[in-house]
Design a protein around this ligand. Structure first.
Ligand code: SF4
Length: 434
């Protein structure tokens, strides 16, 4: 259960897929076909894996309620990796999802020792302002963990189901780990599950768009959500081969089980600790009834959170992106001209000489500049395909290509920073102020 996935490593999709086979993450390819207007990260296989995303496509298709949620630790500059998650949240919001963004100040305070004031300052001035500038709508929810009573209360409850061995297996906690750090781990699970609280309309599918390194949090949260629920539905078969459902009580009050027996239509039988259902041909209705009864008896009836996984860009110099190497990444708040210079110095997949480039073609799959186009700078799939083909055929020259990427980077950052100024004036629409 150790975290084996390094967010900044230059693993390619195949490497990720191999790792995820171990954990039951499904390829995203099949999902894309179910989505009317997929985000470019979906078409381009940047989002490559998911858990239970079928619940989200079903909700989008049939106008059922669903949520999207992700969080940011306010520990430094907002960079292109954060932008990716923000774009995914905003896209789901545009598809009808109730959107939640948490600023993980408890985590930054307990893990990085950041003061609360600093957490707030970075949370608003780096992350939230860019989130709004990128298009997050005010009907979504932006909150700080430390200020959300719902998240804190839920974290406490989830804490009763998470033990030290489990957390240490996932996060490598030792006897030296402080208790606040452990609490911040369950707070993260509370972030993920709280869109399903009664205040926000109750249990519903919730997607968490994350980078490929974040799956351990998702696994922990799915496990905790499951442990919190009162009932478990199992498909069974009797000795004559007849199929039926058995609704097992995990921690349900006796009356809840009786209530369930009365409410489920059709043939049922109440036993000690479970109700068997013999002719349920509508599983969705059965699930709905079980959830309603659980809620009536004070339970949560959480739907296990869904997730999508995107791969990471490599650093501009190749290798890993690192906040300690400023030339390896771009921040959304840095000087646009300086950023353009970084792109001009980026590692390419070009050959040693122009002759070789013309003869052999370039290697866009190993090129940081191409990654910039793929992830951020080219929306049009045809244009992207043209860049790729021209590079492979050797008709594209790295110098010109870098100049184009630099020009677009500068333009994007300039425009984004103008939009940030507008966003600063709109903070009150989101219940926030500087
Ligand atoms: Fe990269 Fe462009 Fe050079 Fe191809 S031509 S290797 S895409 S910089």
């Amino acid at each position: 259960m150790n975290m084996k996935i390094d967010p900044w490593s230059a693993l390619n999709i195949d490497d990720y897929s191999k790792l995820f086979d171990e954990f039951g993450i499904l390829p995203f390819d099949e999902m894309v076909r179910e989505i009317e207007n997929p985000h470019k990260f979906m078409n381009r296989k940047i989002i490559f894996g998911h858990r239970s995303y079928d619940l989200i496509t079903d909700a989008m298709k049939h106008n059922k309620p669903f949520s999207v949620m992700s969080g940011f630790m306010p520990s430094g500059k907002i960079h292109l990796g954060h932008k990716m998650v923000m774009e995914e949240i905003i896209w789901h919001q545009q598809q009808g999802g109730d959107a939640f963004v948490g600023i993980a100040d408890r985590e930054a305070h307990s893990v990085r020792g950041m003061s609360w004031d600093k957490c707030r300052d970075i949370g608003i001035n780096e992350y939230i302002i860019s989130l709004i500038a990128l298009g997050f709508e005010p009907d979504g929810h932006i909150y700080f963990q430390s200020k959300s009573e719902q998240v804190k209360d839920l974290a406490f409850e989830l804490g009763s189901k998470a033990n030290f061995s489990e957390l240490s297996a996932i996060y490598g906690f030792t006897g030296e780990t402080n208790v606040a750090h452990m609490l911040s781990a369950v707070t993260q699970s509370a972030d993920i599950l709280h869109p399903q609280l009664e205040e926000y309309g109750g249990p519903k599918p919730t997607v968490i768009p994350v980078g490929a390194d974040q799956d351990p949090h998702i696994r922990l949260t799915r496990g905790l959500g499951h442990k919190m629920n009162m009932f478990k539905i199992e498909g069974r078969e009797d000795k004559n081969g007849n199929k039926y459902f058995s609704i097992r009580s995990k921690a349900a009050p006796e009356d809840a089980l009786k209530g369930l027996n009365e409410r489920i239509p059709g043939k049922t039988k109440l036993f000690e600790g479970h109700v068997d259902v013999f002719n349920a041909d509508n599983f969705e209705l059965l699930l709905k009834t079980v959830r309603e009864v659980e809620l009536e008896f004070g339970g949560y009836a959480f739907v296990p959170p869904s997730s999508t996984y995107h791969r990471f860009m490599s650093g501009l110099q190749g290798g890993k992106m690192s906040s300690s190497v400023p030339d390896s990444y771009l921040s959304l708040t840095e000087d646009p001209k300086g950023a353009a210079k970084k792109v001009k110095k980026a590692k390419t997949g070009g050959r040693m000489t122009l002759e070789e480039q013309k003869k052999l073609g370039g290697e866009p799959d190993k090129c940081s500049v191409y990654e910039m186009f793929l992830f951020h700078l080219v929306d049009d799939d045809e244009e992207l395909a043209q860049i790729y083909t021209e590079c492979r055929e050797g008709s594209r020259v790295c110098g010109n290509c870098k100049a184009l990427a630099a020009e677009r980077t500068e333009k994007f950052l300039k425009e984004h920073q103008e939009l940030r100024e507008v966003a600063k004036e709109r903070l009150d629409e989101y219940g926030l102020s500087i």
